[in-house]
Design a binder for this molecule. Sequence first.
Ligand code: P6P
Length: 335
Amino acid sequence: MRRVTLTQFLIETQREHQLIQADLRLLIEVVARACKAIAIAIGKGSLAGVLGSADTENVQGEVQKKLDVISNEILLEANEWGGHLAAMASEEMDGPYAISHRYPKGEYLLLFDPLDGSSNIDVNVSVGTIFSVLHCPEGVDEPEEKHFLQAGSRQVCAGYAVYGPTTLLVLTVGHGTHCFTLDREIGSFVLTERNMRIPEDTREFSINMSNMRHWEPPVTRYVQELLAGKSGSRGKDFNMRWVASMVADVHRIMTRGGIFMYPRDARDPGKPGKLRLMYEANPMAFIVEQAGGAATDGRQRILDVKPDTLHQRVAVFLGSRNEVDVVTRYHAEGG
Ligand code: P6P
């Protein structure tokens, strides 16, 4: 059966839905090509001396892995010359990355977590890249942080790459969520699942249980009901998975359902959770909702959260709609 490549899919989507302007198609293809380069860099591992720490810290105060820095540079270099971007922002950089005056500027803002889950990289567990695309506000030639601070509902595109047994690209431009698998023989991403759908119910939850004593009451109530299983109020047993790579956990949920939770906890009230809104929660929320799932911060839809800062964190509950609704209701009831 002849496979549909990413390029062909984008051109067909443009013809059918007028959803993908030429510059957005270029952006997606350039990001996909950068993800292929990241997959190759990761695949070399120890052989290329790219494992371990870079002995530097990012804006989050986290020690960067060499591959965090390499992946960030791959995405910057791939995207800066194409004329499709007004600026970029990354988990690994303090502020926006301006497009050099030697290149034309475009209408899009690209945000990314270049290598999510990198704490797993040294132990050979799946990691990924997450990206989000916004329009640059009209008339802004030199985008500043404030121009990135748009609610997730304004994204025009979001996607992630999973570097696992296969390299996958999962993508939405607001018309369903679709999965592409890297065919290493031809070096192209080919469409392997059109219109992914997340089952509305699930028996599988994802949370780092070691933080239980720090959770707010609604989360404790919800998880304890799941743990009570058949003999408890839910009347059925649940299973648990926690890869500690958001991309890997979310992709499992995209594939077979589940609920992913990274709640705020009492350890640091100033940090409402660990995950970042602009380049982790927002793109994942867009992708999940386009597949029939739900994504809230416990109190409101993640895509409605009004950002205050580029690297702000947010609590995340996403996945099978009926389970996200339960834990969100418990927050409304106060636990
Ligand atoms: P913890 C990876 O560092 C990450 O940002 C997400 O990919 C992942 O879901 C989470 O943190 C894991 O956090 O506290 O379990 O190590």
